[in-house]
Unconditional design. Structure first.
Length: 86
């Protein structure tokens, strides 16, 4: 049985997202909301050498970790693709 995941958005990430334009912010929040339903949906990619996953939202990337036992998705970073993996 599949249940919903809780999405955690740390304070540091929230502060960084304040600088984003409203249209982008809306798309990012929609994508994060989708992670609560299925964090392993089509388009999700596991990063090599890390416990993180990523999804693309235009030129931006949402990096996150999944704890399947606790059913928690923790957003690690939201950044432009040019700086997301540094």
């Amino acid at each position: 049985m599949r249940g919903e995941f809780q999405v955690e958005l740390p304070t540091r990430v929230r502060k960084e997202m304040r600088a984003f334009p409203d249209a982008l912010l809306e798309r990012l929040l929609e994508a994060m909301n989708a992670l609560s339903i299925d964090p392993f949906a089509v388009g999700t990619k596991k990063l090599q050498g890390a416990a993180e996953y990523r999804i693309r939202v235009g030129d931006y990337r949402i990096l996150y970790e999944v704890n399947t036992e606790a059913r928690v998705v923790t957003i690690v970073a939201v950044a432009h693709r040019s700086s997301a993996y540094r």
